[in-house]
Design a protein around this ligand. Structure first.
Ligand SMILES: NC(=O)c1ccc[n+]([C@@H]2O[C@H](COP(=O)([O-])OP(=O)(O)OC[C@H]3O[C@@H](n4cnc5c(N)ncnc54)[C@H](OP(=O)(O)O)[C@@H]3O)[C@@H](O)[C@H]2O)c1
Length: 300
């Protein structure tokens, strides 16, 4: 079996490549091109067609996206293209080459006012990123009606730079010691990227066996935390002071962050649940430790 993973240089894509190790995998990168990854602009139809024409994959996974608020604000057209156009172009190309297609979406398609959200719950994004993720879902459905769409909450795992995930950025702030206020209202469900990737592999397997899943699936860790709670947890675990961190409500009062987008995962068939649920309390210490002291190098 052959798989093409678009966005393989990203936080989720790196885990997805590992989870698909039983297949012949081509991973793609854009700015973070390293050996072993194909450089592809996923907003350019020709690039995508060329790669899929060459590889003739059985399954395609789209982990391309732009989730950095600074880019949404500074280069909105580019960020929109990465979230919406790339999804449409990859879906069209996957259908044309006869591959099964899995697209990654986000809990931010919901407004966060009435959790939990099932796959059939009505999306109502409150910010631009959520609207793009919803537009991408619609484009994928139109271009490739058999595609599977997996919505995920905030992810964590080993990173290449602190700001690559919310959790490691919070760890950096705990370690840096400068006064900072962190939101203590909006609840997130940090989910290990390897666990999410395992679900991607299981869904791909089901697609390849012709199993009908329904278009949209949800996966999420069960435990919720605010950013402030995560900071306190990190400080306590490593015996650090958290006196410089104050509880605030900046994300909640801004109006563009959903309060609680808890995803209900019970519609996903039990056979597609990962073999091991990764518990946040057990998994977060080695992920954050390299970022508590700014001078210490990252592990991956
Ligand atoms: N991380 C989360 O907390 C989270 C939560 C829910 C859903 N999601 C969704 O999951 C997906 C993956 O997220 P992630 O966290 O892994 O994102 P990420 O770490 O920012 O990675 C994004 C990927 O997209 C690639 N990319 C960006 N622009 C591209 C372009 N023009 N052409 C080709 N590739 C391009 C990047 O390549 P380079 O880095 O090489 O430029 C990278 O591989 C996204 O759809 C995101 O919305 C993420």
């Amino acid at each position: 079996m052959r798989a093409v993973i678009f966005g393989a240089s990203g936080r989720l894509g790196r885990s997805v490549v590992h989870a698909f190790a039983d297949m012949t995998v081509t991973g793609t990168a854009f700015s973070r091109s390293t050996s072993g990854l194909a450089t592809v602009d996923a907003t350019a139809a020709d690039d995508i067609e060329r790669l899929l024409g060459r590889d003739q994959p059985d399954v395609v996974v789209n982990c391309v996206g732009e989730r950095r608020p600074a880019v949404w604000a500074g280069a909105p057209a580019q960020a929109r293209d990465r979230n919406v156009d790339a999804a449409r172009l990859i879906a069209e190309a996957a259908r044309r080459c006869g591959a099964r297609f899995l697209h990654i979406s986000s809990d931010y398609v919901f407004d966060g006012k009435t959790p939990p959200y099932r796959p059939g719950s009505l999306p109502n994004p409150v910010n631009t990123y959520g609207r793009w993720k919803l537009l991408a879902e619609e484009a994928v459905r139109a271009a490739c009606p058999d595609a599977a769409i997996l919505r995920l909450p905030v992810l964590y795992g080993p990173v290449q730079f602190a700001a690559e995930t919310n959790l490691t950025e919070i760890a950096r702030q705990v370690g840096a010691g400068a006064r900072v206020e962190l939101d203590d209202v909006c609840v997130r469900y940090p989910t290990h990227a390897d666990e999410a990737a395992e679900v991607c592999r299981l869904i791909a397997g089901a697609l390849l066996h012709g199993q009908h899943l329904g278009t949209v699936a949800h996966w999420s860790a069960e435990q919720g935390f605010t950013k402030y709670q995560m900071a306190r947890l990190i400080a306590r675990r490593f015996g650090l002071s958290a006196d410089h961190i104050r509880a605030g409500e900046a994300d909640a009062v801004s109006g563009d962050r959903p309060i609680d987008c808890r995803l209900d995962c019970q519609d996903l068939p039990a056979a597609l649940h990962p073999a091991r649920r990764r518990l946040f309390h057990a998994e977060f210490p080695p992920v954050v430790e390299p970022w508590l002291l700014p001078a210490r190098p990252a592990t991956s």
